[in-house]
Structure formats: structure tokens, C-alpha cells
Ligand binder design. Structure first.
Ligand code: FAD
Length: 384
């Protein structure tokens, strides 16, 4: 069995582990252990690739993390990628005439976090909207498509260039703390004083191996379908359409329509696959919101959005077990917040305080800490 030593071992090579590795590899020897042959195999490779300042109905904390990521995404460092990471795309929230109050509420929430929006005629921006959804719609400014592959590969390339390692087909099988961490994997033994647990849906399984209290991560399955257009129709310039009441959304993707019904089914960590019923809901919503005929679905897939109780991410050392760092719970926002989460992780590990721009935006370490989850559980028990 090979044995390798590093300053930091990161478990999980998705966007979370890659962004943290990128920020740390400049000053530390980093090894990423990824159980799959392809590091984007799970959630990172299954996203809808949307950048949005007002994500989750204008959640203030997520807005801070997206804003703190925007500069990197719009202006990546020289040599990071050959492609733009963000390509602006209009976004409109639609609702039927009976449901207009939901748009007023959303406008107020976006206003509260300084995300510009304006009421427009949805049918003007997208003539194929069905009669029920034409008329008053809310345009949210600042949205874009993300080139997820370019971002993820840019991180991994930079880690290797700095002398770090990204080891695939290396499933972590056990962890022991003895003068630092000994990590047993299918590719041998690895040791380091610090372990970052960025294993997505599997973070609690990794914690169990290390005898660390779980954070009760909940994977939620979400389905995506790709539907072709009729011959001669081109959707490249269409906006992202968000069904404000129903939770679905659709947008152009490589000449087809990418649609999700907005499902969120609790499941166990796994290589999740789409269910027929959710595919049918996707097709149903698409034909309800537009005049398109959904005759065929070319492809469908499902991914896991991994949440803790308050829906916010977790980044911080475990309070009870030295050298065990959590980087988890990025739900449906882990790509657009990856640059901020990577920087935040590096700052907390170095113990140098949060980056100034994030503090200026109002971020505190408590908001993303593991302790806040433990406190939440204790408070709930006290009220029971
Ligand atoms: C349908 C869908 C749409 C989404 N749309 C968007 C969007 O538009 N914009 C956005 O910002 N976000 C979006 N997201 C969310 C985003 O994709 C996730 O937040 C992000 O990819 C999470 O990254 P991760 O690195 O935590 O997880 P993952 O990519 O799952 O990475 C975790 C890795 O850990 C590895 N691992 C697990 N156990 C072990 C082990 N024992 N040993 C070694 N490795 C292990 C896994 O193999 C996996 O590769 C979407 C998610 C879904 C499902």
C-alpha cells in the first residue's frame, strides 16, 4: 500500500473540494481524494448552471456568497480558463393573473438585498409563453449561465500545477486521528494534520468513519429534462423562466430546452436517477407555461441538492474534533457560490479572519459554522 503525506487532504473532488483546494494549494500541499473516475460525476456535473443574485427568493446570506463570488466568475485570473465563466442571460419570474401577489413579494425581497428587478410584459420578452402566463412578469437583473466545466477544470488544473494531487477512484474507507489524520482509501493510505470533508451527500458517512457528530445532511433529489424544439426554432436567446408559484424553471441549453419541475424528494446518498413521475411533471409544466409541444424528451437526469436544517452552507472546523473541517450543505447554489466558499474555507483554515469583502457585505463565521447547527438542535430540544 502506498502512503502519502500532505498538509491538507480534501475528501470529494466536486466543486466544493476543488474550490477549497484551489485557494489552499498556493501555500499548502493539497491532496484531493475522489471516489469516482470523474470528479464531476455527482452533483457538480448535474446542475442547471445558473448564476443568480437573488437565489432562493432573495435569501440574504446566499446573496452575500454569490456577490462575493461574482468578481472571480466575471474576471477569473489570467490563465485560469480559455472560456468566459459567465454569460449574461435575462431571467424572468412568471405567475398567472391570480398569483400576482407572489411577484410583488419577490420584488420586495429582491429590493431588500439590492438586487435590481422590474415588472415587464413577459410575452414581450418570450412570445411562446402561454396565454395564462403572458402579461405582468418580474425581470431579475444580473443573471447568467455558468460554464461549470470550465470553472471546475480550472480549479483542478491549478491545483495540479501548484504541486497538489487530484486522485480519482480513491474512495475513502476509514479515518483515524493519531498525531494528525490517517485516511485509508482504495488507493492507499494518506496522512495530513487537516482533513476537509467535502463529500457532498456523503459528508455524514465520512463523519461517522472519523467518529465525528453528523450535521444531518439531507440529500434532495431534483430532476432535469432536455426537450428538443420543432425544426427551425432557435431558443439560444431566450431568458431563464422561473415559475414563481410552482418552483419550476426552464432555459435554453445547447439548442434545446432544459427544464426542471423543481422537485425536492428526500433520498439517501446514491447515484440518483430520475423518476418517471418527475419527468412527466417537467413536461407538464413546460406545456402549461408555453405554447411549445413537448413531444419528445431527449435526455433526463437527476442530482442531489444537499441541505442542512436552515438551508445555508456549512464551512468550519468541527468544534469537538481537531483538524476536521466541514465544507457541506451547498444545496442548489454550490456552483455560483464556489469562489466565495473556497476563499472562506482557506481563510478559516489559516485562521486569518474572513476576507474583508465578505465582512463588508455582512458575513460572519457564525452564519456558516457547525456550532450553529448544534445550537439549533439544543434549542429545539429545549422547546420540545
Ligand atoms: C438539478 C440540480 C440543479 C442545480 N443547479 C444549480 C445552479 O443552477 N447553480 C448553482 O450554483 N448550483 C446548482 N446546483 C447545486 C450544485 O450543483 C451543488 O451545490 C454542487 O455541485 C455541490 O458540490 P459538491 O462538491 O458539494 O458535491 P459533489 O459534486 O457531489 O461532490 C462530492 C464528491 O464527494 C465524493 N465522495 C463521496 N464520498 C466519498 C468517499 N468516501 N471517498 C472519496 N470521495 C467521496 C463524490 O464522489 C463526489 O464527487 C444544482 C444541483 C442540482 C442537483
Amino acid at each position: 500500500m502506498t502512503e502519502k503525506t500532505a498538509d491538507i487532504i480534501i475528501i470529494g473532488g466536486g466543486i466544493a473540494g476543488a474550490s477549497a483546494g484551489y485557494e489552499l494549494c498556493k501555500e499548502a500541499k493539497v491532496i484531493i481524494l475522489e471516489k469516482e473516475a470523474v470528479p464531476a460525476y455527482h452533483t457538480t456535473g448535474r446542475s442547471s448552471a445558473i448564476f443568480q443574485l437573488g437565489y432562493n427568493k432573495g435569501d440574504p446570506l446566499l446573496n452575500i456568497l454569490v456577490r462575493a463570488s461574482a468578481n472571480f466568475l466575471y474576471h477569473p485570473p489570467a490563465g485560469f480558463t480559455d472560456h468566459p465563466l459567465l454569460t449574461p442571460r435575462p431571467m424572468i419570474h412568471i405567475a398567472t393573473k391570480d398569483n400576482q401577489a407572489i411577484l410583488d413579494d419577490l420584488e420586495a425581497r429582491l429590493d431588500a438585498i439590492d438586487v435590481p428587478s422590474a415588472f415587464i410584459d413577459g410575452g414581450d420578452l418570450l412570445p411562446i409563453l402561454s396565454e395564462d402566463y403572458r402579461g405582468r412578469a418580474l425581470q431579475e437583473y444580473g443573471a447568467a449561465d455558468i460554464d461549470v466545466n470550465a470553472l471546475h477544470q480550472g480549479y483542478l488544473r491549478a491545483i495540479r500545477a501548484a504541486g497538489g494531487e487530484v486522485i480519482t477512484k480513491a474512495e475513502v474507507l476509514g479515518l483515524q486521528r493519531h498525531e494528525g489524520w490517517q485516511v485509508r482509501s482504495s488507493k492507499g493510505l494518506f496522512t495530513a494534520p487537516i482533513v476537509i470533508n467535502a463529500a457532498g451527500a456523503w459528508v455524514d458517512q465520512i463523519a461517522a468513519m472519523a467518529d465525528v457528530t453528523p450535521i444531518n445532511i439531507q440529500p434532495l433529489r431534483r430532476t432535469v429534462i432536455l426537450s428538443p424544439l420543432s425544426d427551425g426554432e432557435n431558443c439560444d436567446d431566450w431568458p431563464v423562466i422561473m415559475g414563481a408559484a410552482e418552483g419550476y424553471y426552464f432555459k435554453p441549453d445547447s439548442g434545446k430546452i432544459l427544464m426542471t419541475p423543481g422537485d425536492a424528494t428526500c433520498v439517501a446518498p446514491s447515484d440518483v436517477q430520475p423518476e418517471e413521475i418527475d419527468i412527466a411533471y417537467g413536461a407538464h409544466y413546460l406545456s402549461q407555461a408555453t405554447n411549445l409541444r413537448v413531444d419528445r424528451i431527449d435526455r433526463s437526469w437527476a442530482g442531489l441538492r444537499n441541505h442542512v436544517t436552515d438551508g445555508h452552507p456549512v464551512a468550519g472546523f468541527d468544534p469537538d474534533v481537531p483538524g476536521f473541517f466541514w465544507l457541506a450543505g451547498q444545496g442548489g447554489f454550490g456552483i455560483k457560490t464556489a469562489p466565495a466558499m473556497g476563499r472562506l474555507t482557506a481563510a478559516l483554515i489559516k485562521g486569518c479572519g474572513l476576507p474583508q469583502d465578505m465582512r463588508d457585505l455582512g458575513l460572519t463565521a457564525d452564519q456558516v459554522s457547525v456550532e450553529r447547527l448544534h445550537n439549533h438542535i439544543i434549542e429545539n430540544k429545549a422547546h420540545a
